[in-house]
Unconditional design. Structure first.
Lengths: 184, 281
């Protein structure tokens, strides 16, 4: 309990400094969260060069929008994660990206089939978390969360009725909560 | 719709996955504002999804941070160079920002101050210790010097005594010398004077073993009694020189030696009281 309140204090302190556009605080933010953000961005855009650009754009957005961040509406990590995720999703929807994807489909396949040469820094437990989640739940989360598909798009892509999709989304998160509680 | 129905509806999961329409999102957040259990539910789902996202962590390329920080620096500079473009309302924010910056800079300013204070304190304590040490050393040195002086004095005394002993030894070793012990008279039984007399060389040496200090204007005088006549052998010093051998006047013949207390400088014939007397054997 004490440890978590200390973490909360540190987060509030960091937010305070970020809002003042303190340089060191952005450096700290990067050090703390860049692997998580880069991982999600890479998962979405798949190409490292694009992921770099998205990461850079995301930090510029964080820098510009930090004034509007409200701790009451969610944690700092949730906020910057959503900025990065949305920036990445916007990127894969852009004409530029679609055009480049057509010419680099082979590369994309390589990225998909071969494990990344970079080692994930997070615990094996989290890696196991993904593996422990039923594949149909992974699918539904990935298609919505990482591809930014709507209900209808997701249902179509997965070839399941809209009602089933909604039920599955809820079940997936409940399962995830249970698992994170176990791994947490 | 109550809390249970809201939780059962799946809207919370849809919200955190970004599926809700802006209207539904607004409604949910307003509802959560009034119902802590909804807020809690949102947070729990969000935390789980964050963990899931975190599971895909990848260390970004090393040079990426530098590139990002450089762009943020450029943005900061841009903002700092164009403050006049801001509207009147934002000047209030600027003021707030300035206040915040001030609040922020105080601890920054304090850190060196605290460091300096601690350093000064340590330095003062150090100086005090050094000063005490220095004083101790001074005291010890002073004591050592004093001791040294005392030793030197003692050495000198010893040397003098050695000389005296050597002289005495020489006198005693010389078979020509006669050793005469002058003992205290009835009035002064504690007094004692030693005489070394070489009758061939006619030399007389006197050493006081014990004699009271003479009063002001008086001095002891040695006499050789020879054939019932008193022959002046000279006056001698007392006090510091009391233990030294004092060379007296030459005496050719003596039956006994006597010391009397006379007026300073001596007299031709003894007048005063006899203190010590010794017969030549």
């Amino acid at each position: 309990m004490q440890a978590s309140s200390k973490l909360l204090y540190q987060e509030l302190e960091l937010i305070n400094l970020l809002k003042q556009k303190d340089r060191q605080s952005f450096s700290t933010l990067y050090d703390c969260y860049s692997p998580a953000l880069f991982g999600v961005i890479l998962k979405i855009v798949k190409i490292e060069e694009v992921a770099r650009d998205v990461m850079q754009e995301s930090f510029v957005k964080i820098w510009k929008k930090i004034d509007s961040y409200d701790r009451e509406k969610g944690t700092l990590f949730t906020w910057i994660l959503n900025i990065s995720r949305n920036t990445a999703i916007d990127k894969i929807r852009s004409a530029d990206y679609r055009h480049s994807q057509q010419t680099s489909d082979i590369n994309d396949e390589v990225t998909k089939t071969q494990p990344s040469t970079q080692t994930p820094i997070e615990h094996i437990g989290l890696d196991t978390l993904v593996k422990s989640l039923r594949i149909e739940y992974q699918e539904v989360i990935n298609i919505i969360y990482f591809k930014g598909h709507t209900h209808t798009e997701a249902a179509e892509a997965l070839s399941i009725p809209l009602g089933t999709l909604k039920t599955r989304v809820k079940a997936a998160l409940q399962e995830l909560r249970k698992l994170t509680y176990d791994f947490g | 719709m109550d809390s249970k129905e809201y939780i059962a509806s799946g809207k919370i999961e849809e919200y955190i996955l970004g599926l809700l329409s802006p209207e539904d999102k607004k409604e949910l957040l307003e509802f959560a504002e009034k119902h802590p259990e909804i807020k809690q539910e949102i947070e729990a789902n969000q935390a789980a999804l964050n963990q899931y996202a975190n599971a895909f962590s990848q260390i970004p390329p090393e040079d990426l941070k530098e590139s990002i920080m450089a762009e943020l620096d450029a943005l900061a500079e841009e903002e700092a160079n164009a403050p006049q473009k801001r509207t009147l309302t934002s000047s209030v924010n600027q003021e707030k920002l300035a206040q915040n910056t001030q609040i922020k800079t105080i601890p920054k300013f304090r850190i060196p101050l605290i460091v300096a204070s601690v350093a000064l304190l340590l330095s003062l304590v150090g100086n005090m210790l050094l000063y005490q040490n220095w004083q101790n050393t001074q005291r010890k040195l002073h004591t050592a010097l004093l001791d040294n002086t005392q030793f030197a004095q003692k050495l000198q005394v010893n040397q003098t005594e050695n000389q005296l002993l050597a002289q005495k030894l020489d006198l005693l070793k010389n078979p020509a010398n006669q050793y005469v012990e002058l003992k205290g008279s009835d009035a002064f039984p504690e007094s004692k004077v030693l005489i070394y007399w070489d009758d061939n060389a006619e030399t007389v040496f006197l050493q006081i073993e014990n004699l009271p200090e003479p009063p002001e204007g008086k001095q002891y005088q040695l006499w050789a009694i020879y054939q019932d006549k008193a022959i002046d052998a000279g006056v001698f010093e007392t006090g510091d020189k009391a233990k030294q051998l004092q060379k007296m006047k030459a005496i050719a013949g003596a039956d006994m030696f006597v010391v009397t207390l006379e007026k300073k400088g001596g007299v031709p014939q003894p007048e005063g009281q006899a203190y010590v007397i010794g017969k030549v054997s």
